[in-house]
Design a protein around this ligand. Sequence first.
Ligand code: A3P
Length: 406
Amino acid sequence: MAPPGPAGAHPTSAEPLSRSVFRKFLLMLCSLLTSLYVFYCLAERCQTLSGPVVGRSGGGEEAGTPGRGVSAGGPGELAAWPVAARRKRLLQVRPRPRRRPPASRDDGEEAAGEEESAGLAGSLGGSGAGSSVAETPPGTLALLLDEGSKQLPQAIIIGVKKGGTRALLEFLRVHPDVRAVGAEPHFFDRSYDKGLAWYRDLMPRTLDGQITMEKTPSYFVTREAPARISAMSKDTKLLVVVRDPVTRAVSDYTQTLSKRPDIPSFESLAFRNRSAGLVDRSWSAIQIGLYAEHLERWLRHFPARQMLFVSGERLVRDPAGELGRVQDFLGLKRIISDKHFYFNQTKGFPCLKKAEGSGRPHCLGKTKGRPHPEIDAQVLRQLRDFYRPFNRKFYQMTGHDFGWDG
Ligand code: A3P
Protein backbone atom coordinates (compact mmCIF):
# COMPACT_ATOMS: atom_id res chain seq x y z
CA MET A 1 0.00 0.00 0.00
CA ALA A 2 1.43 3.36 -0.94
CA PRO A 3 2.24 5.76 1.89
CA PRO A 4 0.11 8.85 2.27
CA GLY A 5 1.38 11.54 -0.13
CA PRO A 6 1.56 15.28 0.29
CA ALA A 7 -1.56 17.04 1.40
CA GLY A 8 -4.15 17.00 -1.33
CA ALA A 9 -2.45 14.32 -3.39
CA HIS A 10 -3.34 11.20 -1.52
CA PRO A 11 -5.10 12.45 1.56
CA THR A 12 -5.95 10.46 4.57
CA SER A 13 -9.59 9.61 4.99
CA ALA A 14 -10.26 12.40 7.59
CA GLU A 15 -8.07 15.28 6.25
CA PRO A 16 -9.21 15.53 2.61
CA LEU A 17 -12.82 15.86 3.53
CA SER A 18 -12.29 18.80 5.90
CA ARG A 19 -9.89 20.49 3.45
CA SER A 20 -12.24 20.29 0.52
CA VAL A 21 -15.10 21.51 2.68
CA PHE A 22 -12.88 24.38 3.84
CA ARG A 23 -11.94 25.22 0.27
CA LYS A 24 -15.58 25.23 -0.82
CA PHE A 25 -16.40 27.38 2.14
CA LEU A 26 -13.67 29.87 1.16
CA LEU A 27 -14.94 29.93 -2.40
CA MET A 28 -18.49 30.61 -1.26
CA LEU A 29 -17.28 33.34 1.10
CA CYS A 30 -15.38 35.01 -1.74
CA SER A 31 -18.36 34.96 -4.08
CA LEU A 32 -20.59 36.23 -1.29
CA LEU A 33 -18.24 39.14 -0.61
CA THR A 34 -17.97 39.89 -4.33
CA SER A 35 -21.76 39.91 -4.69
CA LEU A 36 -22.08 42.14 -1.66
CA TYR A 37 -19.56 44.57 -3.13
CA VAL A 38 -21.37 44.58 -6.47
CA PHE A 39 -24.67 45.32 -4.74
CA TYR A 40 -22.94 47.98 -2.72
CA CYS A 41 -21.66 49.58 -5.90
CA LEU A 42 -25.02 49.39 -7.60
CA ALA A 43 -26.52 51.25 -4.69
CA GLU A 44 -23.99 54.02 -5.50
CA ARG A 45 -22.02 53.74 -2.31
CA CYS A 46 -18.88 52.71 -4.12
CA GLN A 47 -18.76 56.15 -5.73
CA THR A 48 -17.66 57.48 -2.38
CA LEU A 49 -14.82 54.99 -2.36
CA SER A 50 -13.42 55.56 -5.80
CA GLY A 51 -14.95 58.75 -7.18
CA PRO A 52 -13.28 62.13 -7.31
CA VAL A 53 -14.14 64.68 -4.66
CA VAL A 54 -16.27 67.56 -5.88
CA GLY A 55 -14.84 70.87 -4.77
CA ARG A 56 -17.09 72.68 -2.35
CA SER A 57 -15.39 75.99 -2.00
CA GLY A 58 -17.06 79.10 -3.30
CA GLY A 59 -14.72 81.31 -5.30
CA GLY A 60 -12.62 80.10 -8.21
CA GLU A 61 -14.65 77.30 -9.67
CA GLU A 62 -17.63 79.54 -10.22
CA ALA A 63 -16.06 82.01 -12.59
CA GLY A 64 -16.73 81.11 -16.16
CA THR A 65 -18.45 77.86 -15.31
CA PRO A 66 -20.67 77.08 -18.24
CA GLY A 67 -24.34 76.55 -17.65
CA ARG A 68 -26.54 74.29 -19.68
CA GLY A 69 -25.57 70.69 -19.65
CA VAL A 70 -22.27 71.28 -17.88
CA SER A 71 -21.58 70.25 -14.34
CA ALA A 72 -20.54 72.76 -11.76
CA GLY A 73 -17.28 71.03 -11.12
CA GLY A 74 -16.29 71.44 -14.78
CA PRO A 75 -16.21 68.91 -17.59
CA GLY A 76 -13.16 67.21 -16.10
CA GLU A 77 -15.07 66.16 -13.07
CA LEU A 78 -17.50 63.94 -14.92
CA ALA A 79 -14.88 62.76 -17.35
CA ALA A 80 -13.01 61.22 -14.44
CA TRP A 81 -15.90 58.91 -13.63
CA PRO A 82 -16.20 55.44 -15.09
CA VAL A 83 -18.93 55.65 -17.68
CA ALA A 84 -20.78 52.64 -16.36
CA ALA A 85 -20.85 53.98 -12.83
CA ARG A 86 -21.95 57.38 -14.03
CA ARG A 87 -24.63 56.50 -16.50
CA LYS A 88 -26.15 53.22 -15.61
CA ARG A 89 -27.32 51.61 -12.45
CA LEU A 90 -28.57 48.05 -12.63
CA LEU A 91 -30.42 47.98 -9.40
CA GLN A 92 -31.56 50.94 -7.41
CA VAL A 93 -32.04 49.87 -3.84
CA ARG A 94 -33.02 53.12 -2.19
CA PRO A 95 -32.35 56.83 -2.72
CA ARG A 96 -29.55 58.56 -0.89
CA PRO A 97 -30.59 61.13 1.70
CA ARG A 98 -30.21 64.64 0.30
CA ARG A 99 -28.94 67.74 1.90
CA ARG A 100 -31.70 70.24 2.51
CA PRO A 101 -31.28 73.76 1.28
CA PRO A 102 -31.03 76.31 4.06
CA ALA A 103 -34.29 77.31 5.67
CA SER A 104 -35.52 80.85 5.20
CA ARG A 105 -34.34 83.28 7.83
CA ASP A 106 -36.63 86.23 7.79
CA ASP A 107 -39.67 84.61 6.28
CA GLY A 108 -40.23 81.69 8.52
CA GLU A 109 -43.81 81.33 7.42
CA GLU A 110 -42.75 81.06 3.84
CA ALA A 111 -40.17 78.48 4.81
CA ALA A 112 -42.80 76.51 6.66
CA GLY A 113 -45.14 76.75 3.71
CA GLU A 114 -42.45 75.74 1.28
CA GLU A 115 -41.33 72.90 3.51
CA GLU A 116 -44.88 71.67 3.43
CA SER A 117 -45.04 71.90 -0.32
CA ALA A 118 -41.68 70.27 -0.69
CA GLY A 119 -42.73 67.44 1.58
CA LEU A 120 -45.87 66.94 -0.41
CA ALA A 121 -43.96 66.98 -3.62
CA GLY A 122 -41.54 64.50 -2.09
CA SER A 123 -44.36 62.04 -1.72
CA LEU A 124 -45.10 62.41 -5.38
CA GLY A 125 -41.75 61.05 -6.44
CA GLY A 126 -41.11 60.17 -10.06
CA SER A 127 -39.50 62.18 -12.75
CA GLY A 128 -41.64 65.24 -12.50
CA ALA A 129 -41.50 65.69 -8.80
CA GLY A 130 -37.92 66.27 -7.91
CA SER A 131 -38.06 66.86 -4.23
CA SER A 132 -35.48 67.94 -1.74
CA VAL A 133 -36.19 64.85 0.27
CA ALA A 134 -35.97 62.00 -2.17
CA GLU A 135 -35.48 61.88 -5.88
CA THR A 136 -37.16 58.56 -6.40
CA PRO A 137 -39.68 56.62 -4.38
CA PRO A 138 -38.01 54.47 -1.73
CA GLY A 139 -37.54 50.88 -2.72
CA THR A 140 -37.80 51.54 -6.45
CA LEU A 141 -36.45 48.70 -8.49
CA ALA A 142 -35.14 50.44 -11.55
CA LEU A 143 -33.63 47.80 -13.76
CA LEU A 144 -31.25 49.14 -16.36
CA LEU A 145 -32.22 52.64 -15.37
CA ASP A 146 -30.27 55.47 -16.88
CA GLU A 147 -30.09 57.61 -13.82
CA GLY A 148 -28.76 60.79 -15.37
CA SER A 149 -26.72 63.41 -13.61
CA LYS A 150 -27.14 66.61 -11.65
CA GLN A 151 -27.05 69.81 -13.66
CA LEU A 152 -27.16 73.45 -12.82
CA PRO A 153 -30.64 74.81 -13.55
CA GLN A 154 -31.29 75.96 -17.09
CA ALA A 155 -34.43 77.80 -15.97
CA ILE A 156 -35.23 79.53 -12.69
CA ILE A 157 -38.46 80.96 -11.31
CA ILE A 158 -36.96 84.12 -9.81
CA GLY A 159 -40.12 85.73 -8.44
CA VAL A 160 -42.18 87.30 -7.27
CA LYS A 161 -42.91 86.33 -3.71
CA LYS A 162 -46.65 85.59 -3.35
CA GLY A 163 -47.12 85.82 -7.09
CA GLY A 164 -48.04 82.14 -7.52
CA THR A 165 -44.52 80.73 -7.83
CA ARG A 166 -45.28 77.46 -6.04
CA ALA A 167 -48.29 76.83 -8.27
CA LEU A 168 -46.19 77.40 -11.38
CA LEU A 169 -43.45 75.03 -10.24
CA GLU A 170 -45.85 72.30 -9.14
CA PHE A 171 -47.73 72.50 -12.42
CA LEU A 172 -44.53 72.44 -14.45
CA ARG A 173 -43.36 69.33 -12.66
CA VAL A 174 -46.14 67.39 -14.32
CA HIS A 175 -44.11 67.69 -17.50
CA PRO A 176 -41.89 64.63 -18.02
CA ASP A 177 -39.04 66.81 -19.25
CA VAL A 178 -38.95 69.03 -16.18
CA ARG A 179 -37.22 68.13 -12.96
CA ALA A 180 -37.09 70.60 -10.13
CA VAL A 181 -35.80 70.91 -6.62
CA GLY A 182 -38.73 71.13 -4.19
CA ALA A 183 -37.51 73.54 -1.54
CA GLU A 184 -36.21 77.02 -2.30
CA PRO A 185 -32.41 76.82 -2.53
CA HIS A 186 -31.80 80.58 -1.88
CA PHE A 187 -28.39 80.11 -3.44
CA PHE A 188 -28.00 83.42 -5.27
CA ASP A 189 -29.13 85.49 -2.31
CA ARG A 190 -28.05 83.65 0.83
CA SER A 191 -25.66 80.83 0.05
CA TYR A 192 -23.59 82.09 -2.86
CA ASP A 193 -20.37 81.61 -0.92
CA LYS A 194 -21.03 77.86 -0.85
CA GLY A 195 -20.22 77.65 -4.55
CA LEU A 196 -21.86 76.23 -7.65
CA ALA A 197 -20.92 72.64 -6.82
CA TRP A 198 -22.93 72.90 -3.63
CA TYR A 199 -25.81 74.42 -5.57
CA ARG A 200 -25.72 71.77 -8.26
CA ASP A 201 -25.72 69.05 -5.64
CA LEU A 202 -29.15 70.25 -4.48
CA MET A 203 -30.59 69.56 -7.91
CA PRO A 204 -32.39 66.37 -8.91
CA ARG A 205 -30.80 64.14 -11.50
CA THR A 206 -31.83 64.66 -15.09
CA LEU A 207 -31.56 62.69 -18.28
CA ASP A 208 -30.57 64.19 -21.63
CA GLY A 209 -33.28 66.55 -22.81
CA GLN A 210 -34.73 67.18 -19.36
CA ILE A 211 -34.67 70.66 -17.87
CA THR A 212 -33.45 71.30 -14.33
CA MET A 213 -35.37 74.01 -12.49
CA GLU A 214 -35.62 75.69 -9.13
CA LYS A 215 -37.64 78.54 -7.69
CA THR A 216 -36.54 81.16 -5.21
CA PRO A 217 -38.85 84.20 -5.40
CA SER A 218 -36.50 86.50 -3.49
CA TYR A 219 -34.00 86.49 -6.39
CA PHE A 220 -36.12 89.03 -8.27
CA VAL A 221 -35.46 91.68 -5.62
CA THR A 222 -31.88 90.68 -4.76
CA ARG A 223 -29.39 93.23 -6.14
CA GLU A 224 -26.60 90.72 -6.75
CA ALA A 225 -28.78 87.98 -8.26
CA PRO A 226 -28.79 89.09 -11.94
CA ALA A 227 -24.99 89.26 -12.19
CA ARG A 228 -24.57 86.02 -10.27
CA ILE A 229 -27.05 84.06 -12.36
CA SER A 230 -25.52 85.50 -15.52
CA ALA A 231 -22.07 84.39 -14.29
CA MET A 232 -23.45 80.86 -13.89
CA SER A 233 -24.85 80.94 -17.42
CA LYS A 234 -25.87 83.78 -19.69
CA ASP A 235 -28.38 81.39 -21.26
CA THR A 236 -30.42 80.82 -18.09
CA LYS A 237 -34.12 81.28 -18.74
CA LEU A 238 -35.88 83.38 -16.16
CA LEU A 239 -39.53 83.11 -15.20
CA VAL A 240 -41.28 85.78 -13.16
CA VAL A 241 -44.82 85.27 -11.89
CA VAL A 242 -46.27 88.73 -11.38
CA ARG A 243 -49.50 89.64 -9.65
CA ASP A 244 -51.32 92.92 -8.95
CA PRO A 245 -48.82 94.54 -6.56
CA VAL A 246 -51.60 95.67 -4.20
CA THR A 247 -53.04 92.16 -3.81
CA ARG A 248 -49.51 90.82 -3.62
CA ALA A 249 -48.71 93.20 -0.74
CA VAL A 250 -51.82 92.08 1.13
CA SER A 251 -50.90 88.44 0.51
CA ASP A 252 -47.39 89.10 1.80
CA TYR A 253 -48.82 90.79 4.91
CA THR A 254 -51.25 87.88 5.43
CA GLN A 255 -48.34 85.47 5.44
CA THR A 256 -46.45 87.45 8.09
CA LEU A 257 -49.64 87.91 10.11
CA SER A 258 -50.24 84.17 10.19
CA LYS A 259 -46.86 83.75 11.83
CA ARG A 260 -46.88 86.84 14.03
CA PRO A 261 -50.46 87.80 14.85
CA ASP A 262 -49.33 90.81 16.93
CA ILE A 263 -47.83 92.83 14.05
CA PRO A 264 -49.28 96.32 13.37
CA SER A 265 -52.17 96.75 10.95
CA PHE A 266 -51.57 96.68 7.18
CA GLU A 267 -52.49 100.36 6.95
CA SER A 268 -50.01 101.47 9.56
CA LEU A 269 -47.19 99.57 7.87
CA ALA A 270 -48.08 100.66 4.33
CA PHE A 271 -48.02 104.44 4.95
CA ARG A 272 -45.52 106.84 6.39
CA ASN A 273 -48.28 109.38 6.54
CA ARG A 274 -51.64 108.09 5.49
CA SER A 275 -53.54 111.39 5.40
CA ALA A 276 -50.81 112.82 3.17
CA GLY A 277 -50.96 109.64 1.05
CA LEU A 278 -47.28 108.99 1.68
CA VAL A 279 -46.62 105.29 1.03
CA ASP A 280 -43.74 103.62 2.86
CA ARG A 281 -41.62 102.29 0.02
CA SER A 282 -39.12 100.82 2.43
CA TRP A 283 -41.62 98.23 3.71
CA SER A 284 -40.74 95.06 1.82
CA ALA A 285 -44.39 94.25 1.12
CA ILE A 286 -44.58 97.52 -0.85
CA GLN A 287 -41.05 97.44 -2.26
CA ILE A 288 -41.36 94.05 -3.94
CA GLY A 289 -44.29 95.34 -6.03
CA LEU A 290 -42.18 98.00 -7.77
CA TYR A 291 -41.66 95.55 -10.61
CA ALA A 292 -40.32 98.07 -13.15
CA GLU A 293 -37.48 99.08 -10.84
CA HIS A 294 -36.39 95.52 -10.17
CA LEU A 295 -36.71 94.58 -13.83
CA GLU A 296 -34.33 97.37 -14.86
CA ARG A 297 -31.55 95.64 -12.96
CA TRP A 298 -32.25 92.28 -14.65
CA LEU A 299 -32.27 93.82 -18.11
CA ARG A 300 -28.71 95.01 -17.57
CA HIS A 301 -27.65 91.35 -17.49
CA PHE A 302 -30.24 89.47 -19.53
CA PRO A 303 -31.95 90.17 -22.85
CA ALA A 304 -35.73 90.54 -22.58
CA ARG A 305 -36.23 87.42 -24.74
CA GLN A 306 -34.76 85.31 -21.93
CA MET A 307 -37.40 86.44 -19.45
CA LEU A 308 -41.01 85.33 -19.32
CA PHE A 309 -43.59 87.14 -17.24
CA VAL A 310 -46.34 84.85 -16.11
CA SER A 311 -49.60 86.43 -15.01
CA GLY A 312 -50.38 85.30 -11.47
CA GLU A 313 -54.05 86.13 -12.07
CA ARG A 314 -54.23 84.07 -15.25
CA LEU A 315 -52.41 81.21 -13.56
CA VAL A 316 -55.50 80.94 -11.31
CA ARG A 317 -58.11 81.67 -14.01
CA ASP A 318 -56.60 79.62 -16.82
CA PRO A 319 -53.63 77.55 -15.63
CA ALA A 320 -53.44 75.50 -18.83
CA GLY A 321 -53.32 78.65 -20.99
CA GLU A 322 -50.51 80.14 -18.95
CA LEU A 323 -48.66 76.82 -18.84
CA GLY A 324 -48.90 76.72 -22.64
CA ARG A 325 -46.88 79.95 -22.83
CA VAL A 326 -44.39 78.65 -20.30
CA GLN A 327 -43.86 75.36 -22.15
CA ASP A 328 -43.26 77.26 -25.39
CA PHE A 329 -40.80 79.58 -23.68
CA LEU A 330 -38.87 76.65 -22.22
CA GLY A 331 -38.82 74.88 -25.56
CA LEU A 332 -40.89 72.01 -24.18
CA LYS A 333 -43.45 69.98 -26.03
CA ARG A 334 -46.93 71.19 -25.02
CA ILE A 335 -47.93 68.35 -22.74
CA ILE A 336 -49.57 70.13 -19.81
CA SER A 337 -53.07 71.09 -20.88
CA ASP A 338 -56.63 71.60 -19.65
CA LYS A 339 -56.98 67.92 -18.99
CA HIS A 340 -54.46 68.13 -16.15
CA PHE A 341 -56.52 70.56 -14.04
CA TYR A 342 -59.83 70.74 -12.23
CA PHE A 343 -61.29 73.51 -10.12
CA ASN A 344 -61.52 72.49 -6.48
CA GLN A 345 -64.58 74.21 -4.98
CA THR A 346 -63.40 73.81 -1.40
CA LYS A 347 -59.96 75.21 -2.11
CA GLY A 348 -61.27 77.83 -4.51
CA PHE A 349 -58.30 77.23 -6.81
CA PRO A 350 -57.32 75.01 -9.69
CA CYS A 351 -55.69 71.76 -8.63
CA LEU A 352 -53.96 68.95 -10.46
CA LYS A 353 -56.15 66.00 -11.41
CA LYS A 354 -53.23 63.65 -11.04
CA ALA A 355 -50.14 64.54 -9.15
CA GLU A 356 -47.02 63.18 -10.74
CA GLY A 357 -46.10 59.88 -9.18
CA SER A 358 -49.15 59.45 -6.97
CA GLY A 359 -51.90 59.58 -9.59
CA ARG A 360 -54.17 61.25 -7.05
CA PRO A 361 -55.68 64.76 -7.18
CA HIS A 362 -53.37 67.36 -5.72
CA CYS A 363 -54.03 70.89 -4.47
CA LEU A 364 -51.38 73.19 -3.05
CA GLY A 365 -50.98 73.30 0.73
CA LYS A 366 -52.97 75.44 3.13
CA THR A 367 -50.48 78.33 3.06
CA LYS A 368 -51.31 78.86 -0.61
CA GLY A 369 -54.60 80.53 -1.36
CA ARG A 370 -55.54 81.56 2.17
CA PRO A 371 -58.12 84.26 2.91
CA HIS A 372 -56.82 87.81 3.26
CA PRO A 373 -57.81 90.16 6.06
CA GLU A 374 -60.27 92.90 5.15
CA ILE A 375 -58.42 96.06 4.14
CA ASP A 376 -60.11 99.44 4.01
CA ALA A 377 -61.19 100.21 0.41
CA GLN A 378 -59.70 103.71 0.60
CA VAL A 379 -56.31 102.24 1.56
CA LEU A 380 -56.44 99.94 -1.44
CA ARG A 381 -57.32 102.87 -3.72
CA GLN A 382 -54.40 104.89 -2.42
CA LEU A 383 -52.05 102.00 -3.06
CA ARG A 384 -53.44 101.53 -6.58
CA ASP A 385 -52.71 105.20 -7.27
CA PHE A 386 -49.23 104.75 -5.89
CA TYR A 387 -48.44 101.75 -8.07
CA ARG A 388 -50.07 103.03 -11.28
CA PRO A 389 -46.99 104.77 -12.78
CA PHE A 390 -44.76 101.84 -11.89
CA ASN A 391 -47.22 99.40 -13.42
CA ARG A 392 -47.46 101.45 -16.63
CA LYS A 393 -43.71 101.44 -16.95
CA PHE A 394 -43.66 97.70 -16.32
CA TYR A 395 -46.27 97.14 -19.07
CA GLN A 396 -44.11 99.15 -21.46
CA MET A 397 -40.96 97.25 -20.57
CA THR A 398 -42.58 93.84 -20.94
CA GLY A 399 -44.89 94.77 -23.83
CA HIS A 400 -47.83 93.35 -21.90
CA ASP A 401 -50.70 95.02 -20.04
CA PHE A 402 -51.44 92.87 -17.01
CA GLY A 403 -54.66 94.79 -16.34
CA TRP A 404 -54.04 95.79 -12.73
CA ASP A 405 -55.17 99.36 -13.22
CA GLY A 406 -58.52 98.77 -14.84
P1 A3P B 1 -52.64 83.83 -1.45
O1 A3P B 1 -52.34 82.78 -0.44
O2 A3P B 1 -52.46 85.19 -0.97
O3 A3P B 1 -53.98 83.64 -2.12
P2 A3P B 1 -46.33 81.92 -3.89
O4 A3P B 1 -46.41 80.46 -4.19
O5 A3P B 1 -45.47 82.66 -4.84
O6 A3P B 1 -46.03 82.18 -2.46
O7 A3P B 1 -47.78 82.50 -4.16
C1 A3P B 1 -48.85 82.19 -3.34
C2 A3P B 1 -50.10 82.55 -4.10
O8 A3P B 1 -50.28 81.64 -5.18
C3 A3P B 1 -51.37 82.43 -3.31
O9 A3P B 1 -51.56 83.65 -2.63
C4 A3P B 1 -52.42 82.14 -4.37
O10 A3P B 1 -53.27 83.24 -4.65
C5 A3P B 1 -51.60 81.87 -5.63
N1 A3P B 1 -52.01 80.70 -6.38
C6 A3P B 1 -51.99 80.62 -7.73
N2 A3P B 1 -52.44 79.46 -8.14
C7 A3P B 1 -52.78 78.76 -7.05
C8 A3P B 1 -53.32 77.45 -6.84
N3 A3P B 1 -53.60 76.66 -7.87
N4 A3P B 1 -53.55 77.05 -5.56
C9 A3P B 1 -53.27 77.87 -4.53
N5 A3P B 1 -52.74 79.10 -4.66
C10 A3P B 1 -52.50 79.55 -5.91
